[in-house]
Design a protein around this ligand. Structure first.
Ligand code: CA
Length: 661
């Protein structure tokens, strides 16, 4: 942190007023004026490095404090090379004992002086190593003089941090690094071009696309020979190959990973290689990597993330067998110390077909429903690999969701070990048998067999009736499981859509289920309502936790007019496109061009649709059609198609079981 004054070292002394009015924040550039020090601080990033530029006042006490944090750290000042190096061991868990984040900082101006500290104790000499190492380096500056610091970090070593600096920055100046970063972000965000909307819609769309590309994060580095290498957050070794981290699959399996598979498959190929490495290094696929296995949420949804990538041809061929083995292995065990990794309750699930309500395993119905879907995902890979015996076993297991369906309430309900349903039961109770949601939300977590679920509800009409109810029942709640009204409940209440809780992930595919009920106009109505009412480009522009890109990716897909209800299937279910035109530039050089020339806020309904110039009468579109390059034309209109005699009975926009599961 830049400072003015040699007494401004510890975090209280060096703090500064700033205003968002004098701040610029872009993906490729950040700038802020620090009023207490009269310094402008700017930053431009690369993958593992950054260039910082400080514009100082006239002072012989201009300086930069390098705080390596408490809980174990080191700094070394090397005045001859105008460099400071060191490490911090500071972390929030999920790392082996030898975890260190190394850094190197190289200035472009000689130091007029420097100080080193361990906590508040100033030390003699050039380095500090201990509980809390800090250094401060000083410059004599004239007014407006700029000092540049080139910075890089590494999880491997000091030497690797230096290599990262040389590779990614070298001698490049601030403006060059900034221009490169802007070019890179333009390329990433330019993969989807939209037009024919409002400026606010563009801002919202690209803010969402930006956040869809932030997680998971690269945890690998590039060695001296130019090959990927990583510090393993699982076993503490430095090993060859890719590694990504910081994502929760309970959230991101739904549509963030499907978005990567469609628009950024080369990135997901690296992520999948990293998942294979995770299994090799820990015996498990991660469910919540941050950076190692963390105990958070439920399910075994790594199966969805892995299966969707294999089925879409994204996964490196040499990792497919390992990842298939990893998915199967995860069915029959649970991590010894991180119970959300693997399958908690697998012994029950694999014998009874569900995780019972009364055996001391929390959120058991949510687990069962997600395990059943996960089994369907693994079955799809088994089919592709020709593992016939596994297919039969997994497809049977994928029907386990039926074990929790209560015909009386037509909702999913916790089930006791003896086969009786949990009692008492309130469909408004959050948590308990479910995870951050209630039975109104979790009943729909049958991504892979929606028609089977509809049959349980008495057919499509009964299914649509239950789906309608979600939006109609008041947003009342029972928060006794949590003992406090968790923010997800509040978000449901303020959204004013009944019990539809878009602010949390279990609900986010629900609107699209109207297509399976043969009532696609309701999906068209509600997707627009959610896009218009629950998203904006403002700092408070999300209706709940953003959650590693999942809530953003929902908007990106929905604005294009389709959504992956069931990852690992070939289908995207159609909603209502937001823009008059959207073009997706695929990595294979093909384009998906989506046009809706009559689109407008009052024309949210699809009248007819064409795929590559031919009338298209399904309410889903296939991934296999899109990746070849596709032209989709939507004719938009102010009223639902059935009112013009085009409707479910005529087949347009209705699904049959054979076509869409
Ligand atoms: Ca959430």
């Amino acid at each position: 942190m830049p400072v003015r004054g040699k007494d401004k070292v510890d975090e209280n002394a060096r703090q500064s007023w700033f205003s968002h009015q004098s701040e610029t924040a872009k993906p490729y550039y950040y700038s802020v004026y620090l009023a207490d020090h009269d310094v402008v601080a700017e930053m431009a990033p690369t993958d593992r490095a950054a260039v910082l530029r400080f514009t100082f006042p006239e002072s012989d006490e201009s300086g930069v404090v390098i705080d390596a944090f408490d809980r174990g750290s080191q700094v070394k000042v090397m005045p001859d090379s105008r460099t400071v190096v060191g490490y911090t061991t500071r972390n929030s868990g999920g790392v082996p004992d030898n975890f260190r984040n190394w850094f190197v900082i190289r200035f472009d101006k000689p130091f007029s002086g420097f100080r080193v500290f361990n906590g508040k104790n100033e030390l003699k000499g050039f380095e500090a190593e201990g509980e809390h190492a800090l250094a401060a380096v000083y410059f004599t500056t004239r007014r407006g003089e700029q000092v540049t610091a080139r910075v890089a970090s590494s999880f491997i070593s000091e030497e690797q941090a230096l290599r990262n600096l040389e590779t990614e920055v070298g001698d490049a100046d601030f403006e060059t690094v900034k221009a490169r970063a802007q070019e890179r972000w333009d390329e990433v965000l330019g993969r989807i071009e939209v037009s024919g909307g409002t400026e606010e819609q563009y801002r919202t769309f690209y803010s969402c696309l930006y956040r869809s590309t932030l997680f998971p994060r690269k945890f690998y580095e590039i060695d001296a020979k130019g090959n990927p290498v990583h510090y393993s957050p699982y076993n503490g070794e430095v090993l060859p190959g890719y590694m990504y981290t910081d994502t929760g699959f309970w959230d991101t399996f739904r549509c963030l990973f499907p978005l990567l598979n469609l628009v950024y498959p080369s990135v997901n190929a690296e992520i999948q290689a990293g998942l294979a490495n995770t299994y090799r290094e820990s015996g498990f696929l991660p469910e919540w990597a941050s950076p190692g296995h963390r105990g958070c949420m439920v399910g075994n949804n790594s199966a969805s993330v892995v299966a969707d990538a294999i089925l879409k041809g994204v996964t490196p061929a040499e990792d497919v067998a390992t990842l298939y083995e990893a998915m199967l292995a995860g069915r029959d065990k649970v991590h010894p110390s991180v119970s959300s990794t693997g399958r908690l309750g697998h012994e029950y699930y694999n014998t009874l077909g569900y995780v019972p309500y009364n055996v001391g395993i929390n959120e058991n119905a949510a687990r069962t429903l997600e395990y059943a879907y996960d089994d369907w995902c693994i079955a799809q890979v088994a089919k592709k690999l020709g593992k016939t015996d596994d297919v039969a076993m997994l497809e049977k297991a994928s029907q386990n969701y039926k074990n929790l369906f209560d015909p009386e309430t037509r909702l999913m309900r916790g089930r006791n070990e003896d086969g009786t349903f949990q009692s008492p039961f309130s469909p408004y109770k959050w948590g308990d048998a479910f995870t951050e949601g209630n039975a109104w939300h979790y009943t729909w977590s049958v991504f892979h067999d929606v028609q089977g679920l509809a049959e349980l509800m008495g057919g499509r009409e009964g299914f649509a009736e239950m789906l309608d109810s979600v939006f109609v029942v008041p947003p009342i709640y029972d928060d006794s499981y949590y003992g406090t009204r968790i923010h997800e409940i509040t978000e449901m209440q303020v959204a004013d859509m009944g019990n539809y809780a878009h602010g949390n992930q279990p609900a986010q595919h629900m609107i699209y289920l109207y297509d399976y009920a043969g009532q696609p106009w309701k999906a068209q109505y509600w997707t627009r309502e959610v896009m218009d009412r629950l998203y904006s480009s403002k700092p408070d522009g999300y209706c709940g936790d953003e959650d590693n890109g999942q809530t953003s990716a929902w908007y990106v897909f929905s604005a294009m007019g389709f959504y992956p209800v069931c990852p690992a299937s070939d289908q995207y279910v159609i909603g209502s496109p937001l823009f008059r035109k959207a073009t997706v530039k695929l990595e294979n050089g093909k384009k998906i061009v989506i046009e809706a020339p009559d689109n407008a806020p009052e024309n949210r309904y699809i009248g007819t649709m064409k795929l590559d110039g031919k009338r298209y009468d399904r309410n889903f579109i296939r991934w296999s059609d899109l990746v070849k390059g596709a032209k989709i034309d939507f004719a938009m209109q102010p009223d639902p198609a059935y009112k013009r005699g085009v409707g479910p009975q005529d087949a347009p926009y209705s699904l049959s079981r054979e076509e869409c599961r």
